[in-house]
Design a protein around this ligand. Structure first.
Ligand SMILES: [Zn+2]
Length: 112
């Protein structure tokens, strides 16, 4: 990436953090407010550095929030449950059908 200030190629690197790096609007409380996550699950933010201008460019990654992750996992589980239920229902109707055929064959056609 080229530096937007001097136009030279920026150094590619990363910023490791002990917890997820977040950016906060100055009007927002850093404890209670919602920040923009800058590092992903591995807590390292990818960043570009220009030593001449002493500037860092940090592309904001698409980080899944805990709520989004839970929703995704829940819907995956829901899908599996639905599939299992459908499979069970088809199996049930198949055995019913087989039983019906069996009963029909063993019955005396004159006996009603
Ligand atoms: Zn620069």
């Amino acid at each position: 990436m080229d530096c937007p200030f001097c136009g030279k190629e920026m150094k590619e690197g990363r910023i490791p953090a002990n917890q997820q790096l977040k950016w906060y609007d100055n009007t927002v409380d850093t404890v209670m407010g919602e920040g923009v996550p800058l590092s992903g699950r591995f807590r390292t933010a990818e960043a570009y550095y220009c030593p001449d201008c002493r500037q860092i460019i940090l592309p904001v990654p698409e980080v899944e929030s805990v709520l989004e992750m839970m929703e995704r996992k829940l819907s995956a589980v829901g899908g599996k449950l639905e599939a299992a239920q459908k499979q069970w229902e088809t199996r049930k109707s198949q055995t019913k059908e087989q039983k019906k055929k069996k009963d029909f064959g063993s019955k005396d056609p004159w006996e009603l």
